[in-house]
Design a protein around this ligand. Sequence first.
Ligand code: FAD
Length: 409
Amino acid sequence: MSKVVIIGGGPAGMIAAITAANKHEGIEVLLLEKNEKLGKKLFITGKGRCNITNVTDVPTLLANIVSNPKFLYSAFYSFDAYSSIDFFESNGLKTKIERGNRLFPVSDKSSDVIRVFEDALKKAKVKIKLNTEVISVSKNDNVFTINTKNGTYEADYVIIATGGVSYTQTGSTGDGYKIAKAFKHGLVQPEPGLIGLVTVENDSEALQGLALKNVTVKLEINDNVIYEELGEMLFTHFGLSGPIIISASSYFKGHSGLISVDLKPGLSEEKLDKRILSDFEKYANRDLINALDDLLPKNLIPYIIERTSIDPRIKIHQINKIQRQLLVQTIKALTFHIKRKYDMNQAIITQGGIPVKEINPNTMASKLVDGLYFVGEVIDVDGLTGGFNLQIAYSTGYLAGISIPTQEA
Ligand SMILES: Cc1cc2nc3c(=O)[nH]c(=O)nc-3n(C[C@H](O)[C@H](O)[C@H](O)COP(=O)(O)OP(=O)(O)OC[C@H]3O[C@@H](n4cnc5c(N)ncnc54)[C@H](O)[C@@H]3O)c2cc1C
């Protein structure tokens, strides 16, 4: 009887275990998890609601992958977003689709998603050992030896599903990288992804906590626009965050970059100028600081005026065309210089990991070691927010699970 050991009880490891057990006769599947329970990171996903996946076709899934989308082609076609819905619904989870095709449990509880995995693991007769931290793995005479803090196991196949290296309190502490290194696997340096940005211009306390909706954010590196999106952003203590900044962060590499915020993306510079002129006619006798209330959020007005260096107490009828144009330009392109990303442990996703060139994309098998597989976030792949990262976990986990050769095969 073939023995498979899966290291890591996150979504990738759990799907791999369920698939291996269900799709192969005469196979023993053992799932090792170092925490006292399964799916600790899954529990905190989607602010505790778990954005299960994104209900869309494979090309759109691929378009939302930041690092190495081509590597995921087979995995996504083997197990796409509709397969995910099938898996959860057929195991009794009621789901609903929200804005941007995001799938959630109707109950809004990630614990219900974890329960589906637990039930499916039980049904598939997967053996589970909790509180079992894998320290090292070695291979001799076609047999893997898995050393844990409480015992040693043997296996014909090993699937590494240890996740990335952020939110370490959930158990993802980069152990998979060390295990893989012992087998001469390389490592694409882990970097924080989907995270806030620390900016040089974070000096305005008044802006902290201010959320802006329907603004366009552009990320520029060396004068090239790397990312551009319309949506919501947030001013924080250290810089910028919120959905579109978080997405932009995954494209930020290196040490310097510029975020440019268009506060009025629906208006061209010309139209914005006309709009300001009409506001100025209405408030001709006011100071500038009191004349922009119809156009901008109150907290933002002093900050914008400060950026233009125009005296906030200037009377509207005294403002000249050049000053007005400066105002228009600042509103259309409010710029922030990026110092760095927030710290790794706050990252929603780890970028980097086991290099994709060392893994067979059609099976998730290591190209260096027979019988070794990698699934989920431990691999150098990552997606944007919207359920894409969990879909990576299920698709790669499923593909490894079905690809394990059984003795009968
Ligand atoms: C705050 C937050 C919110 C998120 N929200 C979403 C969302 O709504 N939708 C979405 O698609 N993605 C979301 N993500 C990303 C998503 O959670 C991850 O991409 C996903 O959990 C990765 O799955 P995984 O199984 O590869 O790794 P993980 O979920 O990290 O699981 C790895 C498991 O391996 C175990 N392990 C590690 N080392 C060892 C060892 N040595 N021995 C034994 N076990 C070990 C860990 O304890 C852990 O349980 C979110 C992430 C965060 C941090």
